[in-house]
Structure formats: structure tokens, C-alpha cells
Design a binder for this molecule. Structure first.
Ligand code: ADP
Ligand code: MG
Length: 228
């Protein structure tokens, strides 16, 4: 991972937000898989990728990408749950038109099944170094500000404390007769991310939001990493 970061930084001397491939590769080095995605540069690429996800009984998601794009929903750069070829084609064409001149490509993902939308992040504290953040995610993240933080690297006890700390925690442990979410998978992801944060001082910020947690596993559907 350190080698990857140095080669990335020589390409981007000012640091900044890493592209989706770099984000996926870096997380991959630490055993943190994202939901699968395919990079499409044409309408037919997108349609073919979406068909593969539909064979797995998932609708498709399109996300526009260009360097510097940060808040995709605000820019109308996310299309969810596209269920046939025509919807995917129209979605791709909309992006091509709306983002003419800057669109670098489109990420095609399967729709994750419903679950609790969580936020997992890393920030650098000037005094303490990397902190791992955890809390309620999705569009309510900033509004509700329901999150907790612990210093990296996380011990097993830290992971347990961190997962239990936000007010939304009861939603994870089997709320109103629901099955608990995959707490082992969630804890493993948090400790692996904390390892990554401790290893890589160049990691200025990580923002995994949402991480969708269900009893049968977790899906990381959106990742942003800032490298300095
Ligand atoms: P951004 O945070 O840049 O606006 P996201 O990739 O997080 O963009 O997408 C916005 C929202 O769309 C997410 O908070 C989530 O609710 C939903 N979403 C995104 N990708 C998926 C997916 N693969 N499956 C299900 N829902 C998704
Ligand atoms: Mg997001």
C-alpha cells in the first residue's frame, strides 16, 4: 500500500481526492472489499455491466465520475435501481449530456439490499494522529451528527466501544425483534481501516458512506480517500 501511495502522489503532487480505482486498490490492500463495480466509458459498456448485475437479481446503479467530483448526489450524479436496459441507457445519456466536457467515466454497481446506512471514516487529528469515526450514515450524516471516534489503531475493545457508542447503535443489535447486523464483519472492517490509517500517514481523510449493514453482511457502496 505504501508503494501505491507514493506512485499515486507522484502523479498528484498536490494530493487530493483519489480516483475510484485507487480507492478500491488501497482498500483492497487491507482486505476491505467494496461492493463490485465496473468502469463504463460508453453507453453499451454500462448496459452490459448492468445486465451482469441483473443476472444476480440486483438493479443497477450509475455514478458519474470526474476528477474533483465530491458530492455526487448534489450534482445529480447518482442514478439508483435501474431495472432494464432502457433505464441504464437513458441514465448514461443523461450523464453524458449533463456533464458534457468533464465526464471521465461512469461507475456501474449493483443495488445493495436494504440495511442500516452507516458512516465510517478516518480524520487526522493534529495532536493524536488518525481517528476512526463511526456512526449513522446516508443523507442524514451531517444533520444528525450521530457518530463516535477512537484513536487508531483500534484494539478489539475499541472496536466494541466504537460500534456501541452512537445513538443509532441499537439499530445494529437487533432492534424490535429484527436480526442483528453482521457485527463481526463490521468490526473487522473497522479494525482493518484503522490499520490502514496507522500505516499511511498520507491518508488525510477517508469517508465510507454509506456502509450498508445487514444480518448477512455489509456492503461498502461509496468511498472517498484524500491523500496528501
Ligand atoms: P454521494 O455520497 O457522493 O452523494 P453515494 O454513492 O453515497 O453518493 O450515493 C448516494 C446515496 O445513494 C447513498 O447514500 C445511498 O443511500 C444510495 N446508494 C448509492 N449507491 C448505492 C448502491 N450500490 N446500492 C444501494 N444504494 C446506494
Ligand atoms: Mg456517499
Amino acid at each position: 500500500a505504501s508503494v501505491m501511495v507514493s506512485s499515486y502522489l507522484s502523479d498528484h503532487p498536490d494530493g487530493g481526492w483519489a480516483d475510484p480505482r485507487t480507492c478500491a486498490d488501497l482498500l483492497g490492500c487491507y482486505g476491505i472489499p467494496q461492493i463490485p463495480w465496473v468502469w463504463a466509458r460508453s453507453e453499451s459498456d454500462a448496459v452490459h455491466a448492468a445486465r451482469r448485475f441483473r443476472e444476480l437479481h440486483a438493479g443497477a446503479v450509475l455514478k458519474a465520475y470526474w476528477p474533483g467530483l465530491v458530492h455526487k448526489s448534489e450534482e445529480h450524479a447518482v442514478r439508483l435501481d435501474l431495472t432494464d436496459d432502457a433505464e441504464v441507457s437513458t441514465g448514461y445519456q443523461d450523464f453524458a449530456e449533463r456533464f458534457r466536457g468533464k465526464l471521465a467515466g461512469v461507475l456501474v454497481q449493483p443495488m445493495a439490499r436494504r440495511g442500516v446506512e452507516l458512516f465510517v471514516g478516518v480524520v487526522q487529528d493534529a495532536v493524536f494522529g488518525p481517528l476512526v469515526m463511526f456512526g449513522l450514515g446516508g443523507t442524514a450524516t451531517e444533520v444528525l451528527a450521530d457518530h463516535a471516534a477512537r484513536l487508531a489503531p483500534l484494539t478489539d475493545q475499541d472496536v466494541h466501544d466504537l460500534v456501541s457508542a452512537p445513538r443509532c447503535a441499537p439499530l445494529l443489535f437487533g432492534h424490535r425483534g429484527a436480526e442483528p447486523v453482521d457485527l463481526e464483519g463490521l468490526g473487522q472492517m473497522l479494525s482493518r481501516l484503522s490499520r490502514m490509517a496507522s500505516d499511511l500517514p498520507q491518508l488525510a481523510e477517508a469517508d465510507l458512506n454509506p456502509v450498508i449493514a445487514r444480518p448477512d453482511g455489509i456492503d461498502i457502496v461509496d468511498v472517498r480517500l484524500r491523500l496528501v
